[in-house]
Unconditional design. Structure first.
Length: 292
């Protein structure tokens, strides 16, 4: 039986900032539209966190039963390490997805945006299909696209829409930016796993790009996310405070380009914190540009 600490580790807390970041940006964009709704923001945050935890447990289960995690470098995997039964991890994933759908339904009832139910179902199905099912798209190199769409565009713009009933250019720019950083986090994880994923037949984007180009793509994603705020600077100069993150990006970028695989483990936490910092500075820039 896995301990409580192992279950928490299996939920991969280092990835959770990727769930909070788009909600913060989406809420700040709603504030700029003079439509901030605290309850809606809290509900959106719970949905995002539960989906992220569900994805992490689902990947643990699916990769574990396929043997992908048998010789893995990095954080504990419950099934691959034998710490927990595969069926229990599967139930944990479904439990997280179920709670996410329940909280999401409450948000839909409040906003009366019933079409968002289809978006929520799409999120859950895509989360499971990443490594689950007969033809998981994560094994085809499409996982990065999923992360960008759902943990960037959908999470951010959905948060803004459930508060303001519309979206805006800052919301779109922020969605793209946080989506790119979330993809960078996934790339850091997959670069570390290139040898084992190759053997297991898991053709992630990192495997397809090759070690060198995959590492370089991480740096490119971070750079693009930061530079995007320049688009908003002419009318919202406070958005340039996001560039204060540049020093924080230097160490993980250097490690990604030059470090050995084991040295990439801290990059996951660093990238998660960069995403959180990006969302906080982006949101602060919007608030300062709008005024209190």
């Amino acid at each position: 039986m896995a301990t409580a600490a192992q279950w928490i580790q299996g939920a991969r807390p280092r990835t959770l900032p990727a769930a909070i970041a788009p909600v913060l940006i989406g809420t700040a964009a709603a504030y700029e539209l003079q439509s901030f709704r605290l309850l809606n923001a809290i509900l959106a945050a719970f949905v995002a966190l539960l989906l992220q935890i569900g994805v992490n447990y689902a990947n643990d289960y699916s990769d574990g039963i396929r043997g992908t995690d048998e010789d893995r470098v990095g954080p504990l995997r419950l099934v691959g390490s034998g710490a927990a039964r595969a069926q229990h991890v599967k139930w944990a994933a479904f439990g997280a997805f179920g709670l996410a759908m329940l909280v999401g339904l409450i948000l839909v009832i409040i906003t009366q945006a019933w079409w968002l139910i289809l978006v929520g179902l799409g999120c859950v199905l895509s989360a499971w299909g990443y490594t689950g099912g007969r033809n998981p798209y994560g094994y085809m190199g499409l996982g990065d696209l999923f992360v960008f769409v759902f943990f960037g565009l959908v999470a951010t713009l959905g948060t803004t829409y459930t508060q303001a009933g519309q979206i805006s250019l800052p919301a779109v720019i922020g969605a793209i930016g946080t989506g790119l950083i979330a993809c960078a986090l996934l790339m850091a994880n997959n670069v570390r796993d290139i040898p084992t994923d190759t053997i297991a037949g898991k053709k992630t984007l990192a495997v397809r790009l090759g070690d060198r180009h995959a590492r370089e793509s991480y740096v490119l994603m971070l750079a693009l996310a930061l530079l995007l705020v320049v688009v908003l600077a002419p009318t919202k100069p406070w958005m340039l405070i996001v560039l204060l993150l540049v020093p924080a990006c230097l160490t993980p970028a250097w490690l990604m380009v030059n470090g050995k695989r084991k040295s990439l483990i801290p990059v996951l936490k660093q990238t998660g914190m960069i995403n959180l910092g990006y969302s906080l500075l982006f949101s602060l820039g919007l608030v300062l540009s709008t005024g209190f």
